[in-house]
Design a protein around this ligand. Structure first.
Ligand SMILES: [Zn+2]
Length: 356
């Protein structure tokens, strides 16, 4: 009895919060966390815990991005970790070894965190050795942060790193307004910065991610040709990514259209003289909020439809005028998707086609 109770306790402590998102035509949809910290910099969990979190949350890609400058390695400084046995690659190596056979792709990386904006903080991904990157940063000293960041970036780039500019909106470095500086524009022009981190979970910035009950962690959706590190990199370079965070999706129109069409399955259609019944199923962890858009004037149609994750929903559409013949285009239903964003303040326009 005691053993059974103990088992129950363990199970309840490990509630699975798996994020499930279907593939889109031509690509598999991988979910990635591109920015993470562990006890090897200013996070508070062990690298292997990060892998376990990915398994629990359905995250396929884990980028190990502890700060590379040594002053942040507090556990090395206070003697908890032996500096002779660990270095700036250790967190990645531990996670990569532990992840074998668990289906998580672990990417070596690091964060170059300049106290001064510009350049602010930058992640270097797909590095081959973090030691010389951190050493270059340290050599410039604390008072020369931009120069240190520049030197560290040069070393990372010589290793072929993919570089992201992190949290440009962070209030400590952008107190009133988020802006891009000439230095960043120059880095982008020179091919040094490859991407910008558009979402950073505030709670996860300095401590660990605080997931409220039932809330899914934010992920980068990576539309990859193959499920490995090479496939991840190719997708990032081709800009085939989107963000799923706090029930919203952000990305390019064509990717979001493909994603939404993959998420929403048309299960059954029934037609009569006066009405059309459409049974839909949301085959994803992403809620879909649809608002009626112009173009469906032949039908009396609900203004607002919510397709909850993994739930069925029946739409009943009544004919406005039974005497008018229906054209093929009358079976295209136009919606604005109010939680899918293709630009700031612009929602995805989506057409649900019922041609069955
Ligand atoms: Zn940072």
């Amino acid at each position: 009895m005691a053993a059974a109770l103990l088992l129950c306790g363990l199970l309840s402590a490990q509630v699975r919060n798996e994020i499930r998102v279907p593939d889109i035509p031509g690509y598999m949809t991988l979910k990635g966390d591109m920015h993470i910290h562990t006890v090897f910099s200013d996070g508070s969990v062990w690298p292997t815990t990060r892998v376990d979190e990915c398994v629990m949350d359905g995250v396929d890609v884990l980028c190990m991005t502890d700060h590379v400058d040594s002053r942040l390695h507090k556990y090395i400084k206070d003697g908890t970790l032996n500096p002779d046995k660990v270095n700036r690659n250790t967190a990645y190596e531990m996670a990569a070894k532990y992840a074998k056979g668990k289906g998580v792709i672990v990417v070596r990386g690091g964060e170059i965190s300049s106290q001064i904006m510009p350049p602010g903080h930058l992640n270097v991904l797909f590095t081959t050795d973090n030691e010389p990157i951190g050493a270059a940063m340290d050599a410039a000293g604390r008072d020369h942060q931009p120069a240190g960041a520049d030197a560290a970036l040069k070393v990372a780039k010589s290793q072929g790193a993919f570089v992201t500019w992190n949290h440009p909106h962070w209030c400590r470095q952008a107190p009133n307004v988020t802006r891009i500086y000439p230095e960043h524009l120059q880095y982008i022009k020179d091919g040094v910065i490859n991407a910008i981190e558009a979402y950073n979970w505030w709670d996860g910035l300095f401590s660990d991610i605080n997931t409220k009950a039932g809330e899914l962690r934010p992920v980068t959706l990576i539309f990859a040709r193959e499920r490995n590190e090479k496939g991840v990199r190719e997708a990032l370079e081709a800009h085939r990514t989107a963000i799923f965070a706090e029930s919203n999706v952000y990305g390019k129109e064509e990717l979001l259209t493909a994603l939404l069409t993959a998420c929403v399955e048309v299960e059954k259609v029934s037609k009569s003289k006066t009405k059309l019944t459409v049974e839909l199923y949301n085959n994803s962890s992403i809620p879909v909020l649809l608002d009626k858009a112009p173009g469906s004037e032949q039908w009396q149609i609900a203004r607002h439809v919510v397709l909850h994750p993994f739930e069925h929903q029946t739409l009943t559409l009544y004919r406005m005028d039974n005497t008018k013949p229906l054209e093929a285009s009358d079976f295209d239903f136009h919606y604005t998707v109010s939680n899918f964003w293709t630009e700031p303040d612009v929602n995805l326009h989506w057409v649900l086609s019922i041609h069955k």
